[in-house]
Ligand binder design. Structure first.
Ligand SMILES: Cc1cc2nc3c(=O)[nH]c(=O)nc-3n(C[C@H](O)[C@H](O)[C@H](O)COP(=O)(O)OP(=O)(O)OC[C@H]3O[C@@H](n4cnc5c(N)ncnc54)[C@H](O)[C@@H]3O)c2cc1C
Ligand SMILES: *[C@@H]1O[C@H](CO)[C@@H](O)[C@H](O)[C@H]1NC(C)=O
Ligand SMILES: *[C@@H]1O[C@H](CO)[C@@H](O)[C@H](O)[C@H]1NC(C)=O
Ligand SMILES: *[C@@H]1O[C@H](CO)[C@@H](O)[C@H](O)[C@H]1NC(C)=O
Length: 605
């Protein structure tokens, strides 16, 4: 296989990007992600460990159950729950993907749990041609669903950008794409019915199937239910006649994003904005429907979800780690600017003719433009490529923070982040620009109790996570300040499927209908069969409790003393630069141990 060497110049520096020509010109081939469940041995169903797609939780923290079952039909799913209920076992529902980042699906230590997997429950996809709906088994993967409905002449309007999710998993966490039009960008708002398997008494056979429609009072609890109400066995989505989309990216300066985001969302059905703060670059995605007879057979094969040669992922990680250890901000900025330049060159992975980007606009079928994930698929001939974050290869390892703002205060948040950038110097923000900068997406007001009560803007930002929990990260004070600005100052809500623990503190208070969700949970699952200490921690935003040394480094706490950071490595607990109520771990080369800024209110810059 041939490789391209890409040289990008930055003053005196030359950066080399090594890109496998296979990822550009041929269908990528790769080693599929590892199964998230590992039991005693192959084909065993006992003594099983769950880890997420990034390979976290696995070893040190408990996410383990003595047994797993793999039902294949709705009746077998019901039996599995009945069995557990009858034997006083608790249950966590797991999928073949497990792409949720917090430990929602983790059993606890207190009692015996059984994992019920939907991995083998994925055969039925029934399309109703008259009503324009589709009903799928909960374990069906998003790609299989979309391909089936597109073949029948329909489109699903909203989906996550990443296709490695199941239909029940994706709605359970409120996951979304981007749109303020129609029913909006959140997948669960396109659900018009679902079947839920819930515990029942002995006379009803210990478990029963209930069918919910939008008129049912439990429907708004069940749409986004974090796996805590019951097992979702069937999901019915509203469809539309098949359509195409036309996409263009505008890499431009970021001078007016805080004023332009509203109009951008109103004018573009599937618009989003990527913001690279250190580069002063905003990328506006102009993305709208076009009639089906518009010519174009493009695909959106998002770069971040393509297969990468293992050597490339390892070397990017090693390079970033090297700059981290050497505290080399300039090095990280060079990486950021090369990556942004490369993304501009290849239009983030849009391909006009399924093979390569040749120019805007790129027009293609909805089913090929909304969601992607080519690194999920395998080729037995080539096992040298994987998803860049594959835990088996020491590739990328990062945090994923996702905050959901009411649209009315989002502009002020951006103004604060820009202020912070100017005060702390733009270079301090290169860390997110190595990933995808800040991605702004749009979701509409929803009736779901754990959804968004008003039209909202979601931001995602990813940044370096040290392999070792107690290693501080370059400019981590900046990300902590932005995290606290978002979740505390602006009251943003955390995405249920992403984020570090601190984002969930007090989250329940931000949901006016939180109590209605809890009431539905108590009604359907009075014995708390589906809850564990881990899912409680996320749902109820457990208070910090005892704060250990270094707890702020991994986002387990907000620091209030130096020891919550890493004083031995020069990181001390300080006030935020713009949001002065924030408490962040900041590096200081000279010892500032004597100065207690928390009590004096002085800000050390
Ligand atoms: C690379 C990547 C990209 C992503 N992109 C996006 C994005 O663009 N937009 C976005 O919003 N999110 C995104 N996410 C988050 C992702 O959409 C969510 O984590 C989603 O919930 C994962 O679905 P899953 O099928 O893997 O479910 P899991 O992670 O396995 O499960 C999620 C929760 O649902 C429960 N559950 C699963 N199946 C059932 C069932 N049948 N009945 C009841 N409960 C069930 C589980 O117990 C768990 O609590 C991304 C994640 C990754 C890793
Ligand atoms: C790109 O976006 C900027 C800012 O919104 C706008 O002024 C400019 O006209 C856009 N360019 C194109 C080619 O759309
Ligand atoms: C940003 O771009 C717009 C339009 O492309 C231009 O008018 C404006 O002067 C630019 N601002 C900066 C600071 O470069
Ligand atoms: C697409 O179809 C519409 C009517 O259905 C027609 O008016 C239009 O000319 C067609 N466009 C193309 C590019 O064929």
């Amino acid at each position: 296989m041939a490789d391209i060497l890409l040289w990008l110049c930055h003053g005196h520096h030359i950066v080399l990007l090594w890109i496998s020509i296979a990822t550009l010109l041929t269908i990528s081939s790769s080693m599929p992600p590892p199964n998230p469940i590992k039991c005693n041995n192959i084909n065993s169903t006992s003594n099983c460990q769950l880890s997420n797609s990034y390979g976290v939780w696995g070893d040190r923290q408990t996410c383990h159950a003595p047994k797993i079952v793999y039902p294949t039909t709705e009746e077998e799913l019901r039996d599995a729950l009945a069995n557990a209920n009858k034997n006083n076992l608790k249950v966590k529902i797991v999928t073949r993907f497990s792409h949720t980042i917090p430990k929602l699906a983790c059993p606890g230590n207190s009692k015996e749990f059984v994992f019920i997997s939907t991995e083998k429950y994925d055969s039925n996809i029934d399309i109703n041609m008259e009503e324009l709906t589709v009903t799928a088994d909960g374990g069906v993967g998003l790609r299989k669903l979309i391909d089936t409905i597109e073949k029948a002449g329909f489109s699903l309007v909203a989906a996550t950008y990443w296709e490695g999710v199941t239909v029940a998993g994706v709605i359970s966490t409120g996951a979304h794409g981007s749109s303020w039009w129609g029913k909006g960008g959140a997948v669960h708002d396109h659900v018009i019915g679902l079947s839920l398997i819930v515990p029942a008494n002995e006379f009803e056979g210990y478990a029963k199937i209930i069918k919910l429609t939008p008129h049912d009072p439990l429907f708004n609890a069940a749409k986004v239910s974090l796996g805590l109400l019951g097992i979702i066995s069937k999901v019915t989505f509203q469809l539309e006649p098949a359509f195409k989309r036309s996409i263009r990216f505008n890499f431009t300066n970021d001078s007016h994003i805080e004023d332009e985001f509203m109009e951008h969302a109103r004018k573009n059905e599937f618009g989003d904005i990527q913001w690279y703060p250190s580069r002063h670059i905003a990328v506006y995605r102009y993305d709208n429907r076009v009639p089906l007879n518009t010519s174009g057979d493009g695909v959106n094969d998002f770069l971040g979800f393509q297969s990468n040669p293992i050597l490339l992922s390892k070397s990017v990680r090693a390079t970033e780690k090297g700059y981290e250890n050497a505290r080399n901000v300039g090095g990280k900025c060079i990486m950021a600017s090369s990556f942004v330049a490369y993304k501009k060159l290849i239009a983030n992975g849009l391909k006009n003719n399924k093979l390569i980007f040749t120019g805007y606009p790129v027009v293609g079928h909805q089913g090929k433009m909304q969601t992607s994930g080519s690194c999920l698929y395998s080729s037995p001939l080539d096992i040298t490529s994987t998803c860049a974050w594959d835990p088996r290869i020491n590739g990328l390892f990062f945090y994923e923070s996702t905050a959901i703002f009411p649209h009315s205060n989002f502009g002020d948040f951006i103004r604060d982040v820009k202020k912070l950038r100017d005060l702390a110097k733009p270079e301090s923000m290169c860390g997110v620009d190595i990933y995808n900068g800040f991605l702004f997406r749009f979701i509409k007001a929803s009736e779901a109790y754990l959804g968004q009560g008003e039209d909202s803007v979601v931001i995602d930002f990813n940044y370096y996570r040290a392999s070792d929990a107690l290693t501080p990260r370059l400019n981590q004070d900046i990300w902590e300040e932005i995290e606290q600005m978002a979740f505390v100052k602006y009251g943003a809500k955390p995405h249920w499927a992403k984020n570090r623990n601190v984002a969930f503190l007090d989250a329940q208070k931000k949901y006016p209908k939180f109590n209605k969700f809890v009431a539905a949970k108590n009604e359907l699952d009075p014995k708390n069969i589906f809850s564990s200490e881990w899912s409680d921690e996320i749902l109820f935003g457990k208070q910090e409790g005892l704060k250990g040394d270094g707890c702020a480094l991994e986002g387990l706490c907000i620091c209030s003393e130096d020891r919550h950071c890493s004083p031995s490595k020069g990181y001390f607990c300080k006030a935020g630069l713009v949001y002065q109520e924030a408490r962040v771990c900041r590096f200081s080369s000279t010892s500032t141990r004597g100065i207690n800024i928390l009590s004096t209110g002085n800000v050390q810059i």
